[in-house]
Write a protein that binds this ligand. Structure first.
Ligand SMILES: Nc1ncnc2c1ncn2[C@@H]1O[C@H](COP(=O)(O)OP(=O)(O)O)[C@@H](O)[C@H]1O
Ligand SMILES: [Mg+2]
Length: 268
């Protein structure tokens, strides 16, 4: 399969990475794609947002990475009760995370081939290139080892930014990390695009934000046309483990995420 691996990154917390990963992922599934989401955050927000209890799952990303780190080639169950893959009823699969992933992050620092563990896990154990069209990695708010592993495994990076949260320094650090990973570890890696997230019409900051991005990072970085508006419904949907399409399908956030998904299908 022509599998695309997309890392959803921004080392700033609360800019809507998890919500975007979920809704773009389910958007892609609704467009007929086979989609796997990977929760790369020890807080397990993506796992929780999809209605799973991170502490009740027998096998999560932590175990998958630990096995890959040690070069184990034991069978990792992909189906059944002990599976590392959870199926969500809106047509996507998930590799969950919980707090155990924090220890994995520390262990990675001294592991052999420490930056390529995620890539090997996805390719050899989950067999993404045989099973999925799109794999989306919901990154944690840090530039640490797991984030680097995500960037090494990815073909593209999608960056959500919030207008009032835009810090040029923060974006510089993120771009710097992406550029270093590209130069040293993964020459495939490209920035798929940036989008304005949790946008409040009354703030009127979006245009300034786009100008600032273009000024700082050049016009060759795509800024998606779609802006995801701020709406309470977007924050309510994950509480019941649903996408915005199911929770409030005719609302403005669902419509925006559908448009963003179309842009991702077209450009990423
Ligand atoms: N479009 C939106 N409108 C309003 N609230 C949103 C929207 N998208 C996300 N949120 C809320 O904003 C908070 C941060 O989002 P989250 O996806 O967890 O960000 P991150 O993963 O970057 O930390 C959460 O409470 C989430 O429910
Ligand atoms: Mg998150």
């Amino acid at each position: 399969m022509n599998t695309k691996v997309i890392a959803v990154c921004n080392q700033k917390g609360g800019v809507g990475k998890t919500t975007a990963t979920l809704n773009i992922g389910i958007g892609l599934a609704r467009a007929g794609k086979k989609v796997l989401l990977i929760d790369c955050d020890p807080q397990g927000s993506l796992t929780t947002s999809l209605g799973f209890d991170p502490d009740m799952l027998p096998v999560t990303l932590a175990q998958g990475l630990q096995d890959a780190m040690q070069g184990l080639d034991n069978e990792i169950p992909l189906i059944g009760e002990d599976s590392i893959i959870q199926h969500h009823n809106e047509g996507i699969d998930l590799v969950a995370a919980n707090i155990g992933l924090a220890a994995t992050e520390t262990a990675l620092v001294t592991a052999m081939s420490r930056e390529t563990t995620m890539k090997r896990f996805l390719k050899d154990r989950i067999k993404i290139y045989e099973n999925y069209d799109y794999v989306l990695l919901d990154c944690l708010p840090s530039l640490g080892m797991i984030m680097q592993n995500a960037l090494v495994a990815a073909d593209k990076v999608i960056i959500p930014v919030m207008p009032n949260y835009l810090s040029a320094t923060g974006m510089m650090q993120l771009f710097d990390t992406i550029n270093r990973v590209r130069a040293i570890l993964n020459s495939n890696l490209e920035i798929g695009g940036i989008f304005i997230n949790i946008f409040d019409k009354r703030q009127n900051l979006a245009n300034e934000t786009i100008e600032a991005i273009t000024e700082n990072f050049g016009s060759d970085v795509r800024v998606f046309d779609t802006r995801i508006p701020r709406a309470v419904k977007a924050a309510e949907a994950p509480v019941v483990g649903e996408s915005i399409y199911k929770y409030n399908g005719s609302g403005k956030v669902a419509i925006a995420y559908k448009e963003l998904t179309d842009e991702v299908l077209k450009y990423v």
